[in-house]
Design a protein around this ligand. Structure first.
Ligand SMILES: Nc1nc2c(c(=O)[nH]1)N[C@@H](CNc1ccc(C(=O)N[C@@H](CCC(=O)N[C@@H](CCC(=O)N[C@@H](CCC(=O)O)C(=O)O)C(=O)O)C(=O)O)cc1)CN2
Ligand SMILES: [Zn+2]
Length: 758
């Protein structure tokens, strides 16, 4: 009898209950107790859903109100010292202070969770970091789960992954903190042991990365120490193959290992052949990162011999936590009926597991009807005429080598651009979005619900655009944007207008804290039936003499932030999107929009986790960006924008995108990033962000002058732009205008300083 379990469940709620509860609390409308009550209700509901799916083990401790890395820090008492919070007394309110900052301290830094669009809060370590286990954070939910009669399996982020994912604030070697950290983990595990816990899932996702030798070497002593006082440990890997670490894993005193065989099926044979039979082999066979219905027929055939050999030592699960998929497909009553049969969200994925277990334990006949339905859905998807568009395939085949190259090299283009743009030194601009106010969202919601007609919605958005243009002129910005009021999201908006996509009503996935995204579903060949942004940009340009930047999302980011078909190589899909964006770029240019930004904030996120795969990715991703951009005249200025990323290791590839201007997030790293740009002699223009847009805090102009002086030390003034870190959609107008006023003041001061020195 094989067993089934789950690694983690989405926290946000099918109706985004957690999001709304958090935001009500932060606005001061609900008490902390009310919020905690909602959180408890949600996690209990999620446990019962999992119980109904017949799981043998249910994860506990995967729930977090803000972020699971942040929760782990509270569990271990490893709070950044600058907040001066006593871990023994800490409350949920303190979690929000760390996550969102306060009057005297900026928020903890947010960064991407591996290659996902989820952002965690990066632990801050220094030589004075101490640890003190606070088991109450885990024992409370454990008691709640047990009260519901559940077989609870606590989930912990493992010690080496926790250290690796953090930042050293004073140069301290994070590994030197391991002994102290292990004592705290030891205390936690003993507490769980005392409370009668059988199994603990300990996540070490970094095992899939190319780890340095000293980090790998730390595993053996660390886990030997932990296992001594712990319940049975199931060491969970995901997102990449851990086959290179198989011998290490065998030496560790863990009772089981979890493998992601959706992302890395090639590791399966190696483990089956060699993993000790008395230990658990947990296989992640249901895709936790995508929304396609599993092929149960194929899985049954593949797994039946393993089930016979391994019996109850074989566990099946989703490939990773279900955090990365929406909650329940049943809510999608408006989704195209055929496409709907091709999909599975978290609840459906657990049902797939249940069917697999039944089929393996009681024979395929016991699920004959479900297998037939599954076969039917897969056939329908494979043979659907909507999936393949011959014209798109032909266009891809017709791509010629020069199609991704601009007509002239940057120096010549720069002359042509500067001739007509006539911008001052240190030109100022913003990244695209202005505040998405409640009024804007309400107007869109009313229009979608049929309560506001199209013409009125259009007029409301034009009024927002007009307001944004007037405000920018008053502030004195040089290159304007229209503000993106008409966009629900920078990816979903384009997905809705392109062929080859469908979109959901409730398919929300947590991005960070209370912020969610609703990734469009890319199921077929992509093409652009008609212009998508031209009318808005032309309208915005008509309001001003200043240059108006056209604003597009790039092909790599559209790919990365969608749920993408798994029946065509990502490189091909990306090129299809690139050609659609290329058409839009050319239509914008024809309509007189001659500064065009193609955002690629997810360019770094798409980088494979293993270095061996980097070159191939950078090759097709870079080509796709250039395909989208390269059709224009020399005098048309192409911008790109990137954020949330460490770019240092891929700078040559970023330079190879050959954008005329790149605006990047740098302020939170205090412009550290720019050293790398200088070292590599980045050849084109750069706008390093001069302030963090994620926090309500308003930096003064002196702070920005300091950052700009840092930038000027490494980038020549004539190639330097001034802008915020990212778009301003999550801010309100008061914060936005105050911060931009300071940015303009700082710029004028720097211009005067430069004029005085030449
Ligand atoms: N896809 C994507 N990934 C990204 C980013 C991004 O912009 N897009 N930015 C980075 C950071 N991530 C972010 C992710 C989300 C948000 C964000 O603001 N999300 C909004 C939702 C945005 C949205 O889709 N809005 C829709 C729908 C809004 C909505 O929920 N409407 C209500 C009703 C309207 C109301 O009265 O509010 C409803 O339909 O129920 C719209 O504007 O139309 C949120 O969580 O609140 C910000 C940053 C990295 N990853
Ligand atoms: Zn950005």
């Amino acid at each position: 009898m094989i067993k089934i379990h789950n690694l983690g469940f989405p926290r946000i709620g099918a109706q985004r209950e957690l999001k709304f509860a958090l935001e009500r609390h932060w606005r001061g409308e609900d008490s902390l107790e009310t919020l905690e009550h909602t959180a408890r209700t949600l996690r209990q509901r999620h446990w019962l859903t999992q119980k109904a799916a017949g799981l043998d083990w249910i994860p506990v401790g995967d729930f977090a109100c803000y972020d699971h890395v942040l929760s782990t820090l509270f569990l271990l008492g490893a709070l950044p010292s600058r907040f001066a919070i006593d871990p023994a007394q800490a409350t949920l309110a303190d979690q929000f202070t760390l996550a969102r900052g306060n009057a005297s301290q900026p928020a903890m830094e947010m960064t991407k969770w591996f290659d996902t669009n989820y952002h965690y809060l990066a632990p801050e370590f220094d030589r004075h970091t101490t640890f003190a286990a606070q088991p109450r954070w885990l024992l409370e939910p454990l008691a709640e789960a047990r009260a519901l009669g559940l077989a609870a399996k606590p989930v912990l982020l493992g010690p080496l992954s926790l250290l690796w994912l953090g930042k050293s604030k004073d140069g301290v070697d994070r590994l030197s903190l391991l002994p102290a950290l292990l004592s705290a983990y030891g205390e936690l595990l003993s507490a769980l042991s005392i409370h009668g816990v059988d199994w603990v899932q300990i996540d070490e996702p970094i095992l899939g990365l190319d780890l340095p030798a000293d980090w790998l070497a730390a595993y053996q002593p660390a886990y030997t120490q932990l296992a001594a006082q712990a319940p049975r440990l199931l060491l969970a890997s995901y997102f990449a193959s851990v086959l290179p670490q198989r011998d290490l894993l065998k030496r560790l005193p863990v009772a089981g290992v979890h493998l992601d065989v959706v992302r890395a099926p090639e590791q399966l044979a190696g483990f089956v052949a060699d993993w000790p039979r008395e230990r658990v082999l947990s296989l992640g066979v249901i895709d936790g990162r995508n929304i396609w219905r599993a092929d149960l027929n194929a899985l049954l055939t593949q797994l039946a011999p393993l089930a016979a050999q391994w019996g109850e030592q074989l566990w099946l699960a989703p490939s990773c936590s279900l955090l990365h998929v929406p909650v329940d497909l049943a809510q999608e009553t408006e989704l195209d009926a055929e496409v709907k049969t091709w999909l599975a969200f978290a609840v459906q994925k657990l049902n797939e597991l249940k069917l697999l277990a039944r089929g393996l334990n009681h024979g395929a006949d016991s699920i004959a009807n479900e297998l037939a339905a599954c076969r039917h859905a897969h056939n329908s998807r494979r043979t659907s005429p909507r999936v393949v568009n011959p014209a798109v395939r032909q266009r891809l085949a017709d791509i010629r080598p020069g199609d991704d190259q601009r007509r002239s090299a940057y120096p010549q283009r720069a002359r042509a651009q500067h001739d007509w743009l006539q911008l001052p030194l240190l030109p100022t601009t913003t990244i695209g979005s202005f505040p998405q106010t409640a009024d804007i969202r309400a107007a869109r919601a009313a229009w979608r619900a049929g309560k506001l007609d199209a013409a009125s919605y259009d007029a409301a958005m034009r009024a927002e655009i007009t307001l944004a243009v007037r405000k920018q002129e008053a502030l004195g910005l040089d290159v304007l944007v229209h503000g993106e009021a008409e966009r629900n999201d920078m990816v979903e908006y384009f997905g809705e207008q392109l062929d080859g996509f469908v979109f959901t009503r409730h398919g929300w996935v947590q991005s960070y804290g209370s912020r969610c995204v609703k990734p469009p579903v890319l199921f077929g060949d992509v093409s652009r039936p008609q212009p998508m942004t031209v009318a808005w940009s032309v309208f915005a340009q008509s309001l001003t003499e200043r240059p108006m930047k056209g604003m597009l999302t790039g092909p790599v980011t559209i790919l990365q932030w969608s749920f993408v078909r798994d029946d065509l190589a990502r490189a091909e899909v990306c090129r299809q999107i690139a050609l659609a964006i290329r058409d839009e770029v050319l239509d914008l240019e024809n309509a007189g929009i001659r500064v065009i930004q193609i955002d690629e904030p997810a360019f770094r996120e798409g980088l494979p986790l293993k270095r061996a795969d980097w070159d191939a990715y950078l090759d097709w991703a870079g080509q796709s960006f250039r395909l989208s951009a390269a059709g224009v005249d020399d005098a048309t200025q192409i911008h790109t924008h990137m954020c949330y990323s460490e770019f240092n290791d891929i700078l040559p590839a970023i330079a190879a995108l050959d954008a005329d201007v790149i605006t990047i997030e740098t302020s939170r790293s205090d412009m550290e990033l720019l050293d790398a740009f200088a070292e590599f002699a980045y050849p084109n223009e750069i706008g390093p962000g001069v302030y963090d847009i994620h926090s309500p805090r308003i930096p003064d102009s002196a702070e920005m002058v300091k950052l700009l002086n840092k930038a000027l030390a490494v980038i020549p003034a004539r190639r330097l732009w001034v802008n915020p870190d990212c778009g301003l959609k999550t801010r309100n107008w008061a914060e936005t205008e105050a911060a931009l006023t300071n940015m303009l003041t700082a710029t004028r001061q720097l211009r005067a300083q430069l004029a005085a020195t030449v």
